[in-house]
Ligand binder design. Structure first.
Ligand SMILES: NC(=O)c1ccc[n+]([C@@H]2O[C@H](COP(=O)([O-])OP(=O)(O)OC[C@H]3O[C@@H](n4cnc5c(N)ncnc54)[C@H](O)[C@@H]3O)[C@@H](O)[C@H]2O)c1
Length: 341
C-alpha cells in the first residue's frame, strides 16, 4: 500500500512513519508537510534514506499539489494540523486555515483524483472535540456518541474538520474514517507540550510551570499505541465510522508532575504554579470499547509508570534533538533547504 501521510514531520506523524516502515515492509509512505514550527525533518533523520519513504514539502491547502499526490497514493492518513491549545488562544487563524480549510482541501483533492471513492481516508482528530468532563463523576467517559462541545479555538477547529470529514463521507459516499484520541506522549514531541517541556526544563535546571491547581485530568497514551490504532483503522475500519482511542490511564497534571519530578530526582520546589490556561478543560477520559470490540485494538505500550519512564528517558538520552528544537537551530538549517511558512 502506498500511503499519503500529511503532517509526517511532526510528533505523531514521524512516529507513524517509523512504525509503518517497521511493521509493514511492503508499504510506502509519502509525507506531505509544510514544516511549520513543529514540523522537523530531523524527526525522521534515521529513515530518510529508506527508499520506501518520500518527503514532499507543501501545504495541505494547495489543491493542485494535493490532487496530484492523491492520484499517486492508495490511501490517506491525515495528521497535519496546528496542534497546540495555548497557541490557538493567542491566534486562532492558522488553526482554522490548516485544520478546517486544509482538511476540506484534501477531501476535495481526493474527490477529484478518486471520484469512485475507492481510497480510504483516515482523519486523525482529538478527544478535545467533546469538551470536558466533571472531575467528580469518574464514571463519565467520552465515546463515539458523545455530542461535540469544543471549548478552545484548537478543539473548535478540530471539531470543524471532523464535521467536514463526516459530511464528505455522508454526502459523497467517500470511505472516510475519523479517530479521536486522548493525550499522546513519546519521542519527538515539540517541547511546548507538558511532558517534554517539563523534562527538558528540569535538565536545564529550570522550574516547571504548572497551570492553576494542577487538578485537571488527562488520559495518557503512548504515541506508538496511537499510531498502531490509526494503522488498524486504516486497514480494518468501516468507512463512515468514528473510533475513540484512549489509554485508560487518567492522571491529574499534579500527579503527572510529581511522577516526572521523581523520575528526574527533583523536588517539589521545582514546581512553579502559574495562572491557569483560559477556559482550561477539567477532565478528558475515553471509552475505547468500540475500537477494541470491532477492530481488536487495545494499547500495549501505555502501562503507567513504565511508559512515562520510557518517554522521560528518551528526552534525557537525546539532548541534541531537543536543544536544537528549543534554540530554533533546526529551523534555520531546514529553512535554507526548503523555506518555511
Ligand atoms: N499530540 C496529541 O496528544 C494529539 C492527540 C490527539 C490527536 N492529535 C492530532 O494528531 C495530529 C498530529 O498531532 P501532533 O501532536 O503530531 O502535532 P505536531 O504539531 O507535532 O505536528 C503537526 C505537523 O503538521 C504539519 N502541518 C501543520 N499545518 C500544515 C499544513 N497546512 N500543511 C502541511 N503540513 C502542516 C506541521 O509542519 C507538523 O509537522 C493532529 O491532527 C492533532 O490534532 C494529537
Amino acid at each position: 500500500m502506498n500511503i499519503l501521510l500529511t503532517g509526517g514531520s511532526g510528533f505523531i506523524g514521524s512516529n507513524f512513519v517509523r512504525l509503518v516502515l517497521r511493521e509493514r515492509p511492503d508499504y510506502r509512505v509519502t509525507n506531505l508537510d509544510c514544516l511549520t514550527y513543529s514540523g522537523n525533518p530531523e524527526n525522521l533523520a534515521d529513515i530518510e534514506d529508506d527508499d520506501r519513504y518520500t518527503f514532499v514539502h507543501g501545504n495541505i491547502c494547495d489543491l493542485e499539489l494535493c490532487t496530484k499526490l492523491m492520484h499517486d497514493c492508495d490511501a490517506v492518513v491525515h495528521m497535519a494540523a496546528e496542534s497546540h491549545v495555548d497557541r490557538s488562544i493567542i491566534d486562532a487563524r492558522p488553526f482554522v486555515e490548516s485544520n478546517v480549510l486544509g482538511t476540506q482541501t484534501l477531501l476535495d483533492a481526493l474527490r477529484r483524483a478518486d471520484p469512485g471513492g475507492t481510497k480510504r481516508f483516515v482523519h486523525v482528530s482529538t478527544d478535545e472535540v467533546f469538551g470536558d468532563l466533571p472531575l467528580d463523576k469518574p464514571e463519565e467517559l467520552f465515546s463515539e456518541t458523545t455530542p461535540y462541545a469544543p471549548s478552545s479555538p484548537y478543539s473548535a477547529s478540530k471539531a470543524g474538520s471532523d464535521m467536514v470529514a463526516r459530511a464528505y463521507a455522508h454526502t459523497f459516499g467517500m470511505p472516510v474514517m475519523i479517530t479521536n484520541c486522548s493525550n499522546n506522549h513519546g519521542p519527538y514531541q515539540f517541547p511546548e507540550k507538558v511532558i517534554p517541556l517539563f523534562v527538558t526544563n528540569l535538565i536545564e535546571g529550570k522550574k516547571v510551570p504548572l497551570y492553576g491547581d494542577g487538578k485537571n485530568v488527562r488520559d495518557w497514551l503512548h504515541v506508538e499505541d496511537h499510531c498502531e490504532a490509526v494503522l488498524t483503522v486504516l486497514e480494518k475500519g468501516t468507512p463512515g465510522e468514528q473510533y475513540c482511542i484512549g489509554g485508560n490511564n487518567e492522571r491529574s497534571n499534579l500527579e503527572l508532575t510529581h511522577a516526572i519530578l521523581e523520575l528526574m530526582g527533583k523536588g517539589e520546589d521545582m514546581i512553579e504554579p502559574v495562572t491557569d490556561r483560559l477556559g482550561h478543560d477539567r477532565r478528558y477520559a475515553i471509552d475505547a470499547t468500540k475500537i477494541k470490540r470491532d477492530l481488536g485494538w487495545e494499547p500495549t505500550r501505555s502501562a503507567w509508570p513504565q511508559a512515562l519512564e520510557h518517554t522521560v528517558k528518551w528526552y534525557v538520552d537525546h539532548p541534541r534533538w531537543w536543544q536544537n528544537v528549543k534554540s530554533g537551530a533546526y529551523r534555520e538549517y531546514y529553512a535554507k533547504q526548503y523555506g518555511t511558512r
